[in-house]
Design a protein around this ligand. Sequence first.
Ligand SMILES: C[S@@+](CC[C@H](N)C(=O)[O-])C[C@H]1O[C@@H](n2cnc3c(N)ncnc32)[C@H](O)[C@@H]1O
Length: 226
Amino acid sequence: MFGNIAPRYDFLNHLLSLNLDRYWRGKTAARVSSILERPEARVLDLCCGTGDLMLKLAGYGSAEVLGSDFSHPMLVAARKKVLESNRRCALFESDALALPIVDESLDLITIAFGFRNLANYRRGMIELARVLKPGGTLAILEFSQPPNALLSRMYSLYSNSILPVLGGWISGSRDAYSYLPESVRKFPGAEALADQMREDGFENVQFQRMTAGIVALHLGDRRRSV
Ligand SMILES: C[S@@+](CC[C@H](N)C(=O)[O-])C[C@H]1O[C@@H](n2cnc3c(N)ncnc32)[C@H](O)[C@@H]1O
């Protein structure tokens, strides 16, 4: 599914979010900038897709940023952008649920609009905790449910009616853009996701809703003992 939409993914992201996706990723990178400014920091942007967040992270400091995804066409699109940008990024193909990375080796993992797609959230969280150093940071940027009932209804209308039609029409994959609202509906709310992070090995967990709660950025540090 992700491979099919890769060629039109960026265009549709910007169009369907009215360019807010750039702002959300920019905010995410800014929140973790103190880690990115450390030259020795080991940073991974997981489920990197076409690489927009990875490139933003790499713009902050001299640390090399790794990007990983299990969709080859997404990585091909990301690689093109890396070559055009001259940023210090390295890409590899892998499943987020079984990362080819040794235990306790990363200072920061970011995951933007990817966590919701994992087949098993708990396994995903535990895998991320495994590869983070004790005290290392996890940043999850993900769609969420706006707490305001009226906004929530308006957003549902948009994501259930307009988004699948427009996204399906432009990408040629109606399924992918029907899957999106469906997967957001099934995803835990911001409070529940924060609780899950605490249960699965993270401390100092906090979240920030953005754009009336359409998305939320969760941050947490890997506990010293899990
Ligand atoms: C909605 S896109 C987000 C891409 C990018 N992070 C962004 O901000 O636009 C979700 C990405 O997650 C990837 N993905 C989903 N499940 C995955 C998994 N289990 N392992 C690795 N990548 C996965 C997909 O291939 C896709 O590129």
